[in-house]
Design a protein around this ligand. Structure first.
Ligand SMILES: [Fe+2]
Length: 289
């Protein structure tokens, strides 16, 4: 009896917290935009998050900075001792493998690798992860005071990138993020910098514009909030959204066809997916807050 009451109260609390959080987020962003205007970078970014769920800063990083980021990431990739990977086949999915020597963890599938926590590997990437502008944005977006971002280097290719740490090539079947989904049921921030030019060929990231405030998804968001608080959800995988949902947004799909050095910021509550890499390679540096 007592445990049933406890679950009931917890459910109500999760429900109230979800709507209150949503309302406070909108209020917070509206007030700050009103105070600082929409002409400066912070105002542009906040207005983008509030209205579309994303914003793009062209040429945020210079060519030289991008090259230095890439060099640091490739250096870490090549530093992974072969002993960690020799027991796996090309097509094996490696979910999370800690590499003690580099202090990173990796996720790998055919033709694709992610180097996680790469901000811990040296002073240059550490400095990149301490980007004050992005930390301020994250503070406003999710009321979370952080000193750094978690950086993830992501590389995918069609077989043309010759490196025995990333063998194989990407294909439809192993592209996990190709399904439409949201990351969080609350407003949070992530960003990426394109480390090379991204076109429709090398599989741009795609985001449904305005979906982060789409109330028709509240059932999914609430389901995800319930799962997060160890409560049962009516929906099996609440963060996965059906393909049909895309039809509603067919003229409002943002494809991140970015130029090298562009920075894309986004609300992790919005619906997004990774489109298929058809040709070439794609390298991105992700910022998580
Ligand atoms: Fe995602």
């Amino acid at each position: 009896m007592f445990s049933k009451l406890k679950i009931f109260l917890k459910s109500k609390l999760v429900f109230a917290n979800f709507f209150l959080g949503e309302w406070l987020w909108k209020l917070r962003l509206s007030i700050i935009i009103l105070l600082i205007g929409k002409k400066n970078n912070l105002g542009k970014a906040l207005n983008g998050l509030k209205t579309k769920g994303y914003y793009v800063f062209d040429n945020y990083y210079s060519n030289q900075e991008v090259e230095q980021i890439k060099e640091s990431c490739h250096f870490q990739l090549n530093l992974i001792p072969n002993s960690y990977l020799s027991k796996y086949n090309v097509d094996d999915y490696i979910e999370n493998l800690d590499i003690e020597e580099n202090n990173i963890s990796i996720e790998r599938m055919s033709g694709s690798i992610k180097l996680k926590k790469i901000n811990q590997t040296g002073n240059y990437l550490k400095k990149i992860s301490q980007n004050f502008f992005l930390l301020s944005l994250s503070l406003i977006q999710q009321c979370k005071l952080a000193k750094k971002a978690l950086l993830i280097f992501s590389l995918s290719h069609d077989g043309s990138f010759k490196n025995d740490k990333v063998p194989g090539s990407v294909s439809d079947k192993n592209n996990i993020a190709s399904r439409m989904h949201f990351d969080t049921y609350y407003h949070s921030l992530k960003a990426y910098v394109a480390l090379e030019d991204i076109t429709q060929d090398n599989g741009p990231f795609a985001y449904l514009e305005g979906s982060s405030t789409d109330h028709s998804l509240n059932e999914n968001y609430l389901g995800s909030a319930r799962v997060n608080h160890n409560l049962k959800s009516d929906i099996q995988k609440p963060h996965e959204i059906s393909e049909n949902f895309k039809n509603k947004y067919k003229d409002k799909i943002f494809y991140g066809n970015q130029k090298k050095g562009d920075l894309v910021i986004m609300d992790t509550k919005g619906i997004h997916f990774a489109s298929m890499l058809k040709k070439g390679q794609r390298e991105l540096l992700w910022f998580y807050y």
